[in-house]
Design a protein around this ligand. Structure first.
Ligand code: IMP
Ligand code: MG
Length: 191
């Protein structure tokens, strides 16, 4: 439960329309995801790869819920403006130092919206010849037709709204909120 004053203190008075997923619901679901992932990977080396920055809080909770040995690394992909074409290739600003070849790769993403980011990354990561490649997304808006790889592990189906908190930002703000919320109409991003 989040009392209004607690939310306003955290956001510096800026309006949150609604708490979409509260901290307790997220914690429960992340633990379930950890169990699903633990049971899915029965053998082999597992590398959990978080896509920064949005996945940083989700990653830290998720890896602590995976009850088998694994390694952790991050990716930073270059962001493109709205003029991007889906045929473009993504560039990695930070590339994991460990090899991906022959290992189970679990790519961790905060939210799947248009799917453009993931489609590019999947193509790039497949070129590194992992043993398997799967996606774990905290939130999935289910707006994207024909994803290159449908996320195998999904925390919650998300409403088609702009969401912030638990790692998700609006202009780099709100990442620190312990819950996921929709922005009030006046705070909505314009794209
Ligand atoms: P996509 O390429 O359109 O699927 O968007 C992927 C990235 O855009 C996500 O990893 C987020 O960083 C960002 N994004 C998409 N939707 C939202 C949202 O509702 N809130 C905050 N960030 C979002
Ligand atoms: Mg973002």
């Amino acid at each position: 439960m989040h009392v209004e004053s607690d939310i306003l203190r955290r956001t510096g008075g800026r309006a949150i329309a609604e708490v979409t997923f509260d901290a307790a619901s997220i914690a429960t679901r992340v633990n379930e995801l950890g169990e699903e992932i633990t049971h899915h990977y029965r053998d082999g080396e597992l590398l959990v790869l978080g896509l920064l920055k949005g996945s940083f809080i989700f990653m830290s909770d998720l890896v602590r819920a995976i009850m088998r040995p694994h390694q952790v690394d991050f990716l930073v992909a270059s962001s493109y403006g709205s003029g991007t074409t889906s045929s473009g290739t993504v560039q990695l600003v930070y590339d994991p130092e460990t090899t991906l070849t022959g290992r189970h790769i679990l790519l961790v993403e905060d939210i799947v919206d248009s799917g453009r980011t993931l489609n590019r990354l999947v193509r790039l990561l497949e070129q590194r010849r992992p043993r398997t490649l799967e996606i774990c997304a905290l939130l999935h808006k289910h707006l994207a037709p024909g994803l290159a790889l449908e996320p195998r592990f999904v925390g919650f189906d998300a409403p088609p709204q702009f969401l912030v908190g638990y790692g998700l930002d609006h202009a780099e703000d709100f990442r620190h909120l312990p819950f996921v919320a929709s922005l009030a109409p006046g705070e909505q991003p314009t794209e």
